[in-house]
Design a protein around this ligand. Structure first.
Ligand code: G6P
Length: 614
């Protein structure tokens, strides 16, 4: 949800800012802008469209400057156009701001500005905020840092902001609440600040994750000053980033999404590394060890997440209930937080989130915390808000995921959930020793099995060619593969804009069967171990109605192959592992259809990777 970058130091700001925006474009890409400090004031360039358009727009301009801020937007207030794009200037033109988040009480602030006759050009809450800060600054005679502290105390909502002041050259003021902001400290005490670490890594690995309600002053050559809104001094704890630049590049792939699909043998391996010891038949999850007894005594586990992470939660529900016999409920973060849920101290709430920043998931966790539950996080981004809000957690270690449609983060989440289910089942004694050991062995082989499934790529591409012009798709699965069907449908709609629905196969006869004809392909996950006979019956029902079937089957399957129009084989594995394997062809199918339709696979319209607003 919007990406922001700021730089101040002894180098040219523009290339750092524009390259930073390109790294953050996954967060939103409907308009982009940049503000640079010049001798005679601040200049702003902004445009509707992607960062490449901004780059094109400024190519003949004098861009030399050592201090600037930049923004790539996912519109919340006001349509995506150049006027609503960030940065926004205050009425005097002296302050410039970039903002990620939503100011909820903007109407109250706006009225205060209107009383003073301050003109507004855009429809955004952000322009109101910068003018409100300027109003406080003028009224109190304070500097920008202090005025920002005072103003933010009266702001309700979520924000990560970076501000510059034409009267205080070289300085950036930063603040956050609810939306993430990372400050990178360069070798020459120059500063680059951004919504996540990806624009920073090329400049420095030393960072400070700004905390809730903190305001910072960044001035080249000087120590950063961090204070709370109440003006308490904070000693910033610097950390070292553990990602590499290569991880953030496409590495020869046409799209990040394809690269990330192909990274899954490694990312699944990384999510198990150090946790699974096949020789010793042991699983250890260091992050949650101190809380294991608490979890074992839990009345129930509630998982919260959004989008793909919610689907991973549904897979986890099957795994934990089957292997550890603890009741599990899975909730959308957005629903959970607004329905006065019953939560007791003996509940364990697990937040699942790739970014660790999704506003609804975060809010759901905060609510559960207030009610006394133990919170665990399954996050990919180290140091993210959800990782910090929870009592303990298990990082997925999938590496940075840039494609907006989640792929490797999903399989890493599923892997971690299986590790958790196995660990709990082992401790509780609810899983027969033999199955436990066999599952550990199979899980250790999962990266190789995924590698094998990736070899179906060409075949999936050919299937995609047959169906790319269809307007609707149905995805069916049973049991643990029902959420995989949901995830397959989500992938297709996200990146190809084709309508797709996921259903439990047996539910088909309660509605979707009415839609089946030769123009609605049905993708069925029909692996041997999961209710195979039942799903074969479902396939017959579809064929009896002229439906066309793409089936994901277990290697060597003849029965479904004889019925389906296309079959994609995946290796035989324990049912618990099938989501890890069956998901891969579905990701590839969505990918190839989207490419064939000429879609922007990594940046699908209207979406953003990290949804930091409600
Ligand atoms: C957005 C993304 C999805 C993602 C969801 C949850 O909608 O486009 O790909 O699954 O947010 O994100 P999270 O970071 O919490 O997993």
């Amino acid at each position: 949800m919007c990406g922001i970058v700021g730089y101040t130091g002894d180098r040219e700001a523009f290339p750092i800012l524009i390259n930073g925006l390109k790294k953050l474009e996954y967060r939103g890409y409907d308009s982009a802008g940049i503000a640079l400090e010049k001798e005679d004031g601040i200049v702003v360039y902004k445009t509707e469209g992607k960062v490449s358009r901004l780059e094109e727009m400024v190519k003949d301009k004098d861009l030399s400057s050592r201090t600037g801020i930049a923004h790539t937007r996912w519109a919340t207030h006001g349509v995506p156009n150049a006027v609503n794009a960030h940065p926004h200037l205050s009425a005097s033109g002296k302050l410039a701001i970039v903002h990620n988040g939503i100011i909820e009480n903007y109407q109250v602030l706006k009225e205060a500005l209107e009383q003073d006759g301050i003109p507004l050009k855009s429809e955004t809450d952000t322009e109101i905020l910068v003018n409100f800060i300027e109003k406080i600054k003028n009224e109190t005679g304070k500097n920008l840092f202090e005025a920002t502290q005072l103003a933010l105390k009266r702001v309700v909502g979520a924000y990560a902001i970076v501000l510059m002041d034409a009267d205080a050259p070289g300085r950036l003021v930063v603040a956050r609440k609810g939306s993430p902001l990372v400050i990178g400290l360069g070798k020459n005490k120059d500063y680059i600040v951004a919504s996540d670490a990806s624009p920073i890594i090329a400049q420095t690995k030393t960072v400070y994750y700004l905390d809730e309600d903190e305001v910072g002053l960044l001035e080249p050559g000087k120590e950063m000053i961090i204070k709370t809104l109440d003006n308490k001094k904070v000693n910033p704890r610097l950390t070292e980033l553990d990602m590499t630049i290569e991880e953030l590049e496409k590495g020869g792939f046409e799209y990040f999404m394809l690269k990330e699909i192909y990274e899954q043998p490694k990312s699944v391996y990384d999510s198990m590394r150090g946790r699974i010891h096949p020789g010793k038949k042991i699983i250890r999850l260091g992050g949650i060890e101190p809380y294991e007894n608490h979890i074992l005594e839990a009345d129930r586990i509630i998982m919260v997440g959004c989008g793909t992470s919610w689907h991973a939660g549904l897979v986890g529900e099957y795994m934990i209930e089957e292997l550890a016999r603890i009741p599990v409920e899975v909730e959308y973060g957005s629903e959970f937080r607004y329905r006065n849920p019953v939560i007791r101290p003996r509940d364990v709430v697990i937040g699942i989130s790739q970014s660790g920043e999704t506003a609804d998931t975060l809010a759901a966790l905060k609510l559960a915390k207030e009610k006394g539950a133990l919170l665990l996080g399954i996050c990919n981004v180290v140091g993210s808000s959800i990782a910090r809000e929870t009592h303990a957690g298990i990082y997925t270690h999938a590496g940075p995921e840039i494609g907006v449609a989640s792929t490797k983060a999903f399989t890493a989440q599923v892997t971690v959930l299986l590790l958790l289910a196995l660990r709990l089942g082992y401790l509780k004694g609810t899983i027969p020793r033999e199955r436990y050991e066999a599952l550990i062995e199979e899980l250790a082989k999962a990266p190789d099995l995924i590698e094998k499934v990736l070899q179906t790529d060409l075949q999936v591409q050919q299937i995609a060619r047959h169906y790319k012009d269809m307007k609707n798709f149905l995805y069916l699965g049973r049991g643990i593969n029902f959420p995989v069907a949901l995830e397959g449908a989500l992938k297709l709609k996200e990146i190809s804009y084709i309508h797709a629905e996921g259903y439990p196969a047996a539910e088909m006869k309660h509605g979707p069967i009415a839609l089946i004809d030769e123009n609605m392909p049905v993708v069925v996950i029909a692996t041997k171990k999961g209710n195979y006979d039942k799903i074969v019956s479902n396939i017959r029902e579809i064929k009896a109605r002229n439906g066309r079937i793409i089936a994901i089957v277990t290697e060597g399957d003849k029965q479904v192959a004889a019925l389906a129009d296309h079959t994609i084989e995946i290796p035989e594995a324990d049912e618990m592992l099938s989501p890890l394997l069956a998901t891969i062809p579905l990701q590839l199918l969505a990918y190839h259809i989207a490419v064939m339709l000429g879609r922007d696979v990594d940046k699908p319209r209207n979406l953003a990777k990290s949804v930091t607003v409600e």
